[in-house]
Design a protein around this ligand. Structure first.
Ligand code: NAP
Length: 288
């Protein structure tokens, strides 16, 4: 029997409608600052789409595009200014940065309350401790898709492929918090197919085209494909979708699965960050 297809576009559209309705309830208009360094065309496209999303739901966006030769100090200065700007509730530093810049201290310089990508050590630590912070957008989106698909996580065996700080590690924490029994795989994992076959929920975030083949999937498993790999065949995921959909119970496509959710969660995080800041500093409210 063929798997049900988890429609990320539809779930993301519902999320955007929820966010737009929440924006209306805030005492001030939420603001997202986007920082795009240099002229990488893919990054420019991502940032443009994020700004269009903001406009759709009523979030004000403040765009900054320093040249590729910007210095570490100049960029740190910009982040400091955005931290201090009360119209800005979220700061998105588009990654990757040009090679001469040291990414980690710049990410750490973002005020944790405005860190809508959830990448600062502060937010990563809060997630690790099961405390309230801001969660990275892609793993948060995966959890929304699992909820929408009705995936039973309590006591389920979840296997996460990939251990980046952007996707794999935070996702494993979220699954653990949802009471799944989590196995974390990476490039040194022995007998990956056997580990994957254990999974009730299998999430692939390895960046390796068609790494997950049908023989690695247990019948009826929920399969989430985070991978976005651009090649001669266009955009493909980490999962061999055509073969795996004949085995899985539910599966996300690429494109149209996790990608739209990542964008929607950025909006959701921005509104959450705005609400918290406006409640903590009511003086900044009253401006729409
Ligand atoms: P990353 O930083 O390159 O991490 C990849 C992880 O996968 C690493 O932990 C690596 O293991 C592991 N891995 C690589 N090849 C493997 C293999 N053959 N078997 C087992 N594990 C393997 O990548 P990322 O930033 O997490 O992104 C992962 C994928 O998701 C990429 O395709 C990226 O484009 C995509 N992505 C999509 C979205 C979206 O919105 N759809 C968002 C973010 C990322 P080691 O640690 O041992 O090297």
């Amino acid at each position: 029997m063929s798997a049900s297809i988890i429609d990320g576009k539809a779930v993301a559209a519902r999320m955007r409608r929820r966010v737009a309705a929440e924006v209306e309830t805030l005492p001030a208009r939420p603001g997202l600052a986007t920082v795009l360094v240099g002229d990488d065309p893919a990054s420019a496209t991502y940032v443009r789409m994020k700004r269009e999303d903001c406009a759709e739901v009523g979030i004000e966006s403040f765009h900054h595009a320093p040249g590729a030769d910007v210095s570490q100090d100049e960029l740190a200065g910009l982040i400091g200014a955005l931290n201090a700007d009360e119209r800005v509730h979220g700061i998105l530093l588009q990654l990757p940065l040009p090679g001469h810049l040291d990414q980690d201290p710049l990410i750490s310089a973002i005020d944790a309350s405005k860190d809508v990508d959830g990448l600062t050590p502060s937010n990563a630590g809060l997630l690790f401790q099961g405390r309230e912070g801001l969660v990275p957008c892609t793993p948060a989106g995966v959890m929304e898709l699992l909820a929408d698909a009705g995936a039973e996580l309590e006591g389920a065996r979840a296997v996460v492929l990939g251990r980046s700080i952007l996707v794999g590690k935070p996702l494993a924490q979220l699954l653990l918090a949802a009471n799944a029994t989590v196995t974390h795989c990476h490039s040194r994992t022995r007998d990956l197919p056997a580990v994957c076959r254990q999974a009730d929920v299998l999430v692939a975030a390895a960046g390796s085209p068609h790494l997950v083949t049908a023989d690695m999937v247990r019948e009826g498993a929920v399969v989430i494909d985070v991978g976005t790999n651009r090649g001669e065949d266009g955009l493909v995921g980490d999962v061999d979708f055509e073969a795996v959909k004949e085995i899985a119970g539910a599966i996300t496509p690429v494109p149209g699965g996790v990608g739209p959710m990542t964008r929607a969660m950025l909006l959701s995080n921005t509104v959450l960050a705005a609400r918290r800041q406006l409640e903590a500093h009511p003086r900044a409210a009253g401006r729409r």
